[in-house]
Design a protein around this ligand. Structure first.
Ligand SMILES: CC(C)(COP(=O)(O)OP(=O)(O)OC[C@H]1O[C@@H](n2cnc3c(N)ncnc32)[C@H](O)[C@@H]1O)[C@@H](O)C(=O)NCCC(=O)NCCS
Ligand SMILES: Nc1ncnc2c1ncn2[C@@H]1O[C@H](COP(=O)(O)OP(=O)(O)OP(=O)(O)O)[C@@H](O)[C@H]1O
Length: 265
């Protein structure tokens, strides 16, 4: 039975990537993360080209602070009218300069914006599920820091060395080394994020190498989703059980890795 509700743009429908879709009762959710400027958006763009729906936390974070929203009012209450542009929208570079140089202010901003982002993400995933998508990717820079990694099927980390990361960040944002470093230091180091990874996409090379990495990742994904989806569809309680055991296994594995690391250091 096909679900009839379609909320998504047909061009991006994951049935394009998984053409043998008959029915869908589960939606494997993948968490895509990395350090700032390691290439999450570049990977997301490639995934979208392959028909995979992507929920973009940065994009949502911009929407939930538009004038008139609750978060917008709360931000003005905390940071004052000085962080507004003449047209009333947030002056993002100005707010960025404040929060990336002051952890307590960043925490205040996060406490306002993150709950709204999480609600919107859950809603978007639900819409994809209702429209019958077999897989959905959450592109979340702070996937690990925010604990969202606990709730996704697989964590995919886009990696490049800290030095390449810094160079790309400075070039993209046309920023000084100091400004780029302050943004970089607001996140867990990329090497620590690797510890949470089920899959790593190495973006140390050029765009063509990245495409090859994404292609091989998608081949693996197609294999895995095909298998788990069939089991969940044939025996729904088994699907639920496998989801719970997978989440539990992830925590155990992470706990073991951390204990091993503590034992070594
Ligand atoms: C501080 C703000 C206004 C700066 O806006 P700006 O347009 O300059 O940057 P943008 O939003 O495009 O973010 C660029 C990158 O910075 C990093 N980043 C953004 N916010 C944070 C944060 N609170 N902590 C650490 N890194 C962050 C991410 O890697 C992100 O991809 C903005 O980043 C913001 O509102 N941040 C708080 C919300 C948030 O955490 N967003 C990240 C996704 S949930
Ligand atoms: N393989 C690559 N080779 C050269 N440049 C790249 C490569 N991948 C990404 N870039 C460039 O590096 C910059 C950062 O990439 P991107 O915006 O995809 O990172 P991001 O992880 O999404 O960053 P953010 O955390 O800020 O959202 C961009 O200017 C992008 O064009």
């Amino acid at each position: 039975m096909h679900r009839v509700i379609t909320f998504t743009n047909a061009r991006y429908h994951s049935s394009h990537f998984f053409p043998n879709r008959d029915s869908v009762d589960t939606i494997p959710v993948l968490g895509l993360t990395g350090g700032i400027a390691t290439g999450k958006s570049a990977v997301s763009a490639l995934l979208k080209q392959h028909g995979i729906p992507v929920v973009d936390a940065d994009e949502i974070a911009r929407e939930v602070v538009l004038p008139g929203t609750r978060a917008y009012g709360q931000i003005i209450d905390v940071f004052g009218h000085e962080i507004l542009q003449p047209d009333g929208r947030l002056d993002r570079p100005k707010l960025g300069a404040i929060v990336f140089n002051d952890e307590s202010k960043r925490k205040k901003l996060n406490a306002i914006v993150h709950p709204a982002v999480k609600r919107a993400m859950v809603w978007q995933v639900t819409k994809y599920w209702l429209s019958g998508e077999r897989v959905c990717v959450l592109d979340v820079p702070l996937l690990i820091e925010s604990g969202i990694w606990n709730w996704v099927g697989k964590v995919v980390v886009v990696y490049c060395s800290a030095e390449i990361q810094l160079q790309r960040l400075m070039k993209r944002d046309n920023s000084t080394r100091e400004a780029a470093m302050s943004r970089l230091n607001a996140q867990l180091p990329i090497t620590e994020k690797l510890e949470y990874a089920d899959n790593v996409i190495d973006n140390s090379g050029g765009p063509q190498e990245l495409e090859q990495q994404v292609d091989s990742f998608l081949r693996r994904l197609q294999r895995d989703v095909g298998w788990s989806w069939r089991v969940s569809w044939l025996i729904p309680p088994l699907g639920l059980l496998s989801a719970f055991s997978m989440l539990l296994w992830k925590r155990i594995r992470r706990f073991r890795r951390t204990s091993r690391r503590r034992g070594v250091s």
